[in-house]
Ligand binder design. Structure first.
Ligand SMILES: Cc1ncc(C[n+]2csc(CCOP(=O)(O)OP(=O)(O)O)c2C)c(N)n1
Length: 690
C-alpha cells in the first residue's frame, strides 16, 4: 500500500452493494454491530447510531484479526489498547465488547445511557470492562492514546531485557472529524510524531459528516499532509467495507515501528440506512422504528427483532475472541521466564503496577531549616522533587517548556526522547493541553506517576484534561508555579485570579498551596500518597518568608489540609485568620499585631481546602471553632473561601485582574496587606462584642 494513495476517496453511495451482502458469516458478524447500535440508540431514544454503523467493518477486522486482548482478563498487562476517541460512537465499542464476550451483556446494551448502567452515553473508565479511558470530549482520546504509547515505550525501555519483551503492545485509536479539528489532537500528534512512537495505530474516520452537515462547511484540511508533516506514517483505505484493504493497512501500520501510523478510512455514516446514509441525521439521533426496519431489510439481516444476533454470528465472535486471547497465554510463558531470569526487576514492576510506593521513600523528604533562609515554594519544590525522585523511579514528568521556571528537572536523569524512552525528564513543548491529555494516558498505562508543570495561569489551557483526570481518579501531579499577582511584572495576562477557585471546584481535585519550604515538602508527601485523583501543587515565583517551626505549629499539620500555626493567648480565639501560600506570612504578621492590641487571634494555614474537608468534624472544628469570627485572605478570587468563613466571616480576595508592576506594589494596591487584616479583625470582633 502506498503511503498517500487514493487521496480522493470516492463519495458514491455504497448502498447498492448491500442487498447481496447480508448472508456471509462475516456480514452477519459486522451487521450485528450495526443492528445492536441502532437498536440500543432507538431504545434509549438517545445516542449516535450512524458512526457505529459505518465503522462496524473496521471494528470487526480489528477485534477478530489484530487486537490482542482477553475478555476474561481485560486488565492483562500486555494487551493492546483500544481508544474510541470519537466517544459519542460508544455503541460501536459496547456492541463489540458484548460480541467478543467481555462482561457486557445484551441486557447491558438494552440499558444504554440509563442510570448506573455499564453502557453510559460516552465510554467511562472504570465502569465497563474493556473501556480503557473516558472519551467524549473530542480530541482527548487521541491525547490519551498517545500518552499510553508514551507509557508503553517507557515501561518497555525500563523493564524489557534482551530476549524478554514483556511490554510490547500497540495502542489503537479511532478519531472522527471532530477529534481531528480539536486543537489537542494537533498538539498530541505533533508530540507523538516527534517522539517517533511507532506503536500507535490511529484510524481517522473520514465520513465527511459532522453535526451541522457536510464537513465541507468548515473543514478543508489535508489531513494526510498534516500527519505526514508531523512525522506520521499515513495510509488510505478508500472504502471501510473493503476488509482485505483494511487488513493490509493495519498490517503495514504494525510493520512500521519507527513512526506513529494514521490510516485514513473513508466511511459512510448511517451505512445500510436507505434514507439516512451520508446525512447528519444519522449522527446523533435514533433512526426511528421504520427506518430501522428498512435498514435491517437492506442489510439482508435475518431478523427484525430488536437486539437480535444470529447464534452463528455470536459463536463466531466468541470463538475468535478466544483465539485472540491465546496471545495472553503465550505472553504468560514469556513472563514466567522473565520472572525467573530477573526476579528483582519483576518484583519492582509489580510494585509499580500495584501503585505502592517504595518502602522508606519518605525518609528522603528534605527538612528545611532557618539556614535555608527565605525560599520560593517553586524552588523548594525542585529540591523536594529531586530528593524523592531518586527513591521513586515511577515519578516521571516535565513541563510545557518551563523547566527552569518550574524547577521540574530531575537532575542526572536523561530526557525522554525518541532515542531514550527510559528518560524521565519530559519536554512536552508548549503544548499544555496535550501535556494534560498525555499525562492521563501515561497514568492509564499503569506503573507511572506522571507530573506536568506550567504557570498556574496556563492550567486554563489544560483544564479539560484536569477534569478528566479527576473524573477518572488518576494519580497525576500538576506543578503550577507563578501562582498569584506575586509574580509581578509579567502582568495581568500571567497573574492567576480565578484559577484557584475554579480548580478547587472540580470534584475530586486536590489543590495544595504551601506557605513555605516545609509545607512544600509536606505537599509533595500528600501528592504522592493521594492516589485517588489529581493533585495540583500551587507554588510561588517569589521567595517566601521562613516560618520558624520552633515558634509556630509544625508543618506536618499540612497533611490534614489546615492547622493552627499560632494561637490566641489568654483564652479561646475571638477571631481566626485563615490563609494559604504567600499570604500566610501576612496573617502571621496580623496575628502579632492583634495580639499586641489585646485581640485574641488564631492564625491557621490552610494549604488544601480539599484535604481539610476530608478530615473528621472533630478535627475541623478544633481548627475552626464555631464561636470565633473568621477571616480568610488569599491573593486570588474569594469564591472558594466563603464556605470556610461562615456567613458572618470576611474573605479578603481579589475580584479584578492584576496589573504589570512589582509584586510589593501590587499587594498594596490590591489590598493584600497586614493592616487590612488587622482592621477587618478589629471591626469583626467589636461588632461581636457590641
Ligand atoms: C470538545 C467537544 N466539542 C463538542 C462536542 C459535541 N460533539 C459531539 S460529536 C460532534 C461532531 C460530530 O462530527 P464527527 O466528529 O465527524 O463525528 P461523526 O459525525 O462522524 O460521528 C460534536 C461537535 C464534543 N463531544 N466534544
Amino acid at each position: 500500500m502506498s503511503e498517500i494513495a487514493d487521496t480522493a476517496a470516492p463519495r458514491s453511495s455504497p448502498a447498492k452493494k448491500q442487498s447481496s451482502s447480508g448472508r456471509s458469516l462475516e456480514d452477519l458478524c459486522i451487521n450485528a454491530i450495526r443492528v445492536l447500535s441502532m437498536d440500543a440508540v432507538q431504545k434509549a431514544d438517545s445516542g449516535h447510531p450512524g458512526t457505529p454503523m459505518a465503522l462496524a467493518p473496521l471494528a470487526y477486522v480489528l477485534w477478530t484479526q489484530h487486537l490482542r486482548y482477553n475478555p476474561a482478563d481485560p486488565a492483562w498487562l500486555n494487551r493492546d489498547r483500544f481508544v474510541l476517541s470519537a466517544g459519542h460512537a460508544s455503541m460501536l465499542l459496547y456492541s463489540v465488547l458484548y460480541l467478543a464476550g467481555y462482561d457486557v451483556s445484551l441486557d447491558d446494551l438494552k440499558q444504554f445511557r440509563q442510570w448506573e448502567s455499564r453502557t453510559p452515553g460516552h465510554p467511562e473508565y472504570g465502569y465497563t470492562d474493556g473501556v480503557e479511558t473516558t472519551t467524549g470530549p473530542l480530541g482527548q482520546g487521541m491525547g490519551n492514546a498517545i500518552g499510553m504509547a508514551v507509557g508503553e515505550a517507557h515501561l518497555a525501555a525500563v523493564f524489557n531485557r534482551d530476549g524478554h519483551s514483556i511490554i510490547d503492545h500497540h495502542i489503537y485509536f479511532i478519531a472522527s472529524d471532530g477529534d481531528l479539528m480539536e486543537g489537542v489532537s494537533h498538539e498530541a500528534a505533533s508530540f507523538a510524531g516527534h517522539l517517533k512512537l511507532g506503536k500507535i495505530i490511529g484510524f481517522y474516520d473520514d465520513n465527511h459528516i459532522t453535526i451541522e452537515g457536510d464537513t465541507a462547511l468548515t473543514y478543508s484540511d489535508d489531513a494526510a499532509g498534516r500527519f505526514t508533516g508531523y512525522g506520521w506514517h499515513v495510509q488510505h483505505v478508500p472504502d471501510v467495507n473493503d476488509l482485505p484493504a483494511l487488513n493490509r493497512a493495519i498490517s503495514a501500520a504494525k510493520a512500521e515501528t519507527s513512526r506513529p501510523s494514521l490510516i485514513i478510512v473513508r466511511s459512510h455514516i448511517g451505512y445500510g440506512s436507505p434514507n439516512k446514509l451520508d446525512t447528519a441525521e444519522a449522527h446523533g439521533a435514533p433512526l426511528g422504528a421504520e427506518e430501522i426496519t428498512l435498514t435491517k431489510q437492506a442489510l439482508g439481516y435475518p431478523s427484525l427483532d430488536p437486539f437480535y444476533v444470529a447464534p452463528e454470528a455470536l459463536q463466531h465472535w466468541r470463538e475468535t475472541a478466544k483465539k485472540r486471547a491465546v496471545a495472553q497465554s503465550e505472553w504468560e510463558k514469556a513472563y514466567d521466564a522473565y520472572r525467573k531470569a530477573f526476579p528483582e526487576l519483576e518484583a519492582e514492576l509489580q510494585r509499580r503496577l500495584r501503585g505502592e510506593l517504595p518502602a522508606g521513600w519518605e525518609d528522603a523528604l528534605p527538612v528545611f531549616t532557618e539556614k535555608d533562609g527565605n525560599v520560593a515554594s517553586r524552588a523548594a519544590s525542585g529540591i523536594v522533587l529531586n530528593a524523592i525522585a531518586r527513591r521513586i523511579p515511577e515519578l516521571i514528568g516535565g513541563s510545557a517548556d518551563l523547566a527552569s521556571s518550574t524547577n521540574t528537572i530531575i537532575k542526572g536523569e536523561k530526557s525522554f526522547s525518541a532515542s531514550s524512552y527510559a528518560g524521565r525528564n519530559f519536554h512536552f513543548g508548549i503544548r499544555e493541553h496535550a501535556m494534560g491529555s498525555v499525562m492521563n494516558g501515561m497514568s492509564l498505562s499503569g506503573g507511572i506517576i506522571p507530573y506536568g508543570a506550567t504557570f498556574l495561569i496556563f492550567s486554563d489551557y489544560m483544564r479539560p484534561t484536569i477534569r478528566l483526570a479527576a473524573f477518572m481518579e488518576r494519580h497525576v501531579i500538576y506543578v503550577y508555579t507563578h501562582d498569584s499577582i506575586g509574580l509581578g511584572e509579567d502582568g495581568p495576562t500571567h497573574q492567576p485570579i480565578e484559577q484557584l477557585s475554579t480548580l478547587r471546584a472540580i470534584p475530586g481535585m486536590t489543590v495544595i498551596r504551601p506557605a513555605d519550604a516545609s509545607e512544600t515538602a509536606e505537599a509533595w508527601r500528600s501528592a504522592l500518597k493521594h492516589r485517588e485523583g489529581p493533585v495540583a501543587l500551587v507554588l510561588t515565583r517569589q521567595k517566601l518568608a521562613f516560618i520558624d517551626r520552633g515558634k509556630y505549629g509544625a508543618a506536618s499539620g499540612a497533611a490534614r489540609g489546615a492547622y493552627v500555626l499560632a494561637d490566641a493567648a489568654g483564652g479561646p480565639p475571638e477571631v481566626v485568620l485563615i490563609s494559604s501560600g504567600s499570604e500566610v506570612a501576612l496573617i502571621l504578621e496580623a496575628h502579632k499585631k492583634l495580639s499586641a492590641e489585646g485581640v485574641r487571634a488564631r492564625a491557621v494555614s490552610m494549604p488544601s481546602q480539599e484535604i481539610f474537608a476530608r478530615q473528621d468534624e472533630a478535627y475541623r472544628s478544633s481548627v475552626l471553632p464555631a464561636n470565633a469570627k473568621r477571616i480568610a485572605m488569599e491573593a486570588a478570587h474569594p469564591m472558594s473561601w466563603y464556605k470556610w468563613v461562615g456567613t458572618d466571616g470576611v474573605v479578603l480576595g481579589i475580584e479584578r485582574f492584576g496589573a504589570s508592576a512589582p509584586a510589593a506594589r501590587l499587594f498594596t494596591e490590591l489590598g493584600m496587606t497586614v493592616d487590612r487584616i488587622v482592621d477587618t479583625a478589629k471591626k469583626l470582633v467589636r461588632k461581636d462584642a457590641g
